[in-house]
Design a protein around this ligand. Sequence first.
Ligand SMILES: C[S@@+](CC[C@H](N)C(=O)[O-])C[C@H]1O[C@@H](n2cnc3c(N)ncnc32)[C@H](O)[C@@H]1O
Length: 177
Amino acid sequence: MHHMLKFINAQLVVELGTSLGVSTAYLAKANPKARIISLEGDPKVAALAKKNMKALQIENVDIEVGEFSSVLPRLDLDRSIDFLFLDGNHQEQPTLEYYDYFIDKMHPEGMIVVDDIYWSKGMTSAWAALKNKRAVRFALDFYDYGVLCLGKPDTIPEEFTLVHRWAKPWNLGFFPS
Ligand SMILES: C[S@@+](CC[C@H](N)C(=O)[O-])C[C@H]1O[C@@H](n2cnc3c(N)ncnc32)[C@H](O)[C@@H]1O
């Protein structure tokens, strides 16, 4: 994600799910001038993440504390979001609702990374729906996570899948003769 942010020159990044701030730090270090807004529901975990940002001398991160659904309406977004990382509350319905909430706030050619897309049946269904959304120009399936690359709404969504290491034929006992 760090390199993706650099590639698209992201200026505003939103992350749902800070935890201790590991991914947040990678996002923040991609461009110290970009603004990273990261949401965390657990106040103790958020306090540790804030401490970690300080220790890493990261100054471009705002950590907002509270249940996502109550924090979202009070986010102060001063421009369109270039990069959104959905990494918390991995259930089908909330994941679809986060997409619906953010899609109009995204840059038309922004990127959305959804973590754990095959973590459960619900997440598998959510990913199946998200990759076919009208605003998605193409979707990249990295198995552990998926990337929705937004683009012209009238283009046909395409999907590119990278087969995970464990699912490679030779790891399942099939060898070329
Ligand atoms: C998988 S962790 C995030 C990991 C982090 N992005 C990283 O890669 O370093 C998910 C975090 O989201 C928070 N979370 C989950 N559901 C939430 C919700 N509905 N509202 C607020 N926070 C939530 C959890 O407390 C947890 O710390």
